[in-house]
Write a protein that binds this ligand. Structure first.
Ligand code: PHE
Length: 339
């Protein structure tokens, strides 16, 4: 009998339960009415009188040890369960939901890649700018309408500080810090004071390019833009340049590509002209070179600028500009395959 009790005592320390079911099994085996402890107590009757005292004390000890161990395991289980509250550890980790790149980022990267292959490097600059880099150094007359509050967001307390309206300000910063040859593209967000609608927003994104060196000609510009258009919209794409005006380029042009939706046949998208406008460009005005510390008698340059939203619309026919900034996951997920 004493051996039996000692064996049981040794077992008690080894008892474990990792869940409620195992704990219940332990209770049934040791502490229930038909459990080992009850059997032990029942057999106590047969213990000879002279051993009753010693065996009784041991039996009580095993009873206490068992109850204590059982309560300990019960507590332990309760706290571990508490620690994992809210976590379903049995849940499978798949499918993992990956985000998608924003369509404007996808297209921006494509534009940047195309020009990088032609030797252009990236340049960056601040979105909050001063009048000089956005307008002054870009040959805008003092009374140019773009300087009007209607078109530009000014910082009220600092009339010289504004949100850049084009990334030409980055070109200005590049020129004031380096001498030719300069070959950069400047992607970035720009701001204009427009009422928000499906066709206009108070901010959008541009990529502008600048090339300054000796003997740069309009032909160089045209070839680079043709290469860009064909890389971006396919090898059959044609371009045409229409005379235009910008304060910072002379001569200036706007470039159309053959409508990439109907291939130039004429459709609702190109208003049945077969052409869609994609960018502005021109030879850098000598005044701009001079204002930015580059000698216009030695160097010439060309520049171009396009809206990323516009290019994205042409590639993906997004009808409403506002979609780009609403971050509706259903819209963004449509670009999963383009990532
Ligand atoms: N800065 C012009 C704009 O924002 C784009 C442009 C850049 C045009 C360079 C010509 C040359 O509209």
């Amino acid at each position: 009998m004493i051996d039996r009790i000692n064996r049981l005592l040794a077992e008690v320390e080894q008892l474990h339960a990792i869940n409620a079911e195992e704990l219940e099994n332990l209770r049934l085996k040791y502490l229930s009415k038909k459990g080992l402890l009850s059997q032990l107590m029942a057999d106590f009757r047969n213990v000879p009188a002279d051993q009753k005292r010693e065996v009784g004390m041991l039996a009580n000890k095993v009873k206490d040890a068992l109850t204590e161990r059982f309560n300990f395991l019960k507590n332990e289980l309760a706290t571990t369960e508490e620690d994992h509250s809210g976590l379903d550890l049995t849940r499978t980790p798949y499918p993992v939901h990956l985000g998608t790149r924003h369509p404007l980022s996808i297209v921006k990267q494509e534009i940047v890649d195309i020009f990088a292959r032609m030797g252009f490097s990236l340049a960056d600059g601040p979105e909050v700018e001063d009048d000089w880099h956005v307008f002054g150094s870009m040959n805008f007359a003092d009374d140019h309408p773009a300087r009007d509050m209607q078109d530009t967001f000014f910082i009220e307390s600092h009339p010289d500080v504004l949100l850049r309206t084009h990334t030409s300000s980055v070109q200005s910063r590049v020129m004031e810090n380096a001498q030719p040859p300069i070959r950069v593209i400047c992607p970035g967000r720009v701001y204009r004071n427009e009422a928000i609608s499906a066709r206009a927003h108070c901010f959008f994104h541009q990529v502008e390019g600048l090339y300054v060196d000796r003997d740069v000609s309009f032909t160089d510009l045209k070839q680079v833009l043709l290469t860009f258009a064909r890389e971006m919209f396919g090898p059959d794409t044609r371009i045409r340049l229409r005379p235009s005006y910008f304060p910072f380029t002379e001569p200036s042009a706007e470039m159309d590509i053959s409508c990439n939706i109907c291939g130039g046949e004429g459709c609702a998208f190109c208003k049945h002209t077969g052409w869609v406008e994609i960018l502005g460009c021109g030879m850098v005005d000598p005044n701009v070179l001079e204002a930015n510390g580059i000698d216009p008698n030695i160097y010439k340059g060309y520049a171009f600028g396009m809206g990323i939203e516009r290019i994205t619309n042409l590639k993906y026919q997004v009808k409403d500009l506002r979609m780009f900034s609403e971050n509706d996951v259903r819209f963004l997920e449509e670009f999963m395959a383009a990532n």
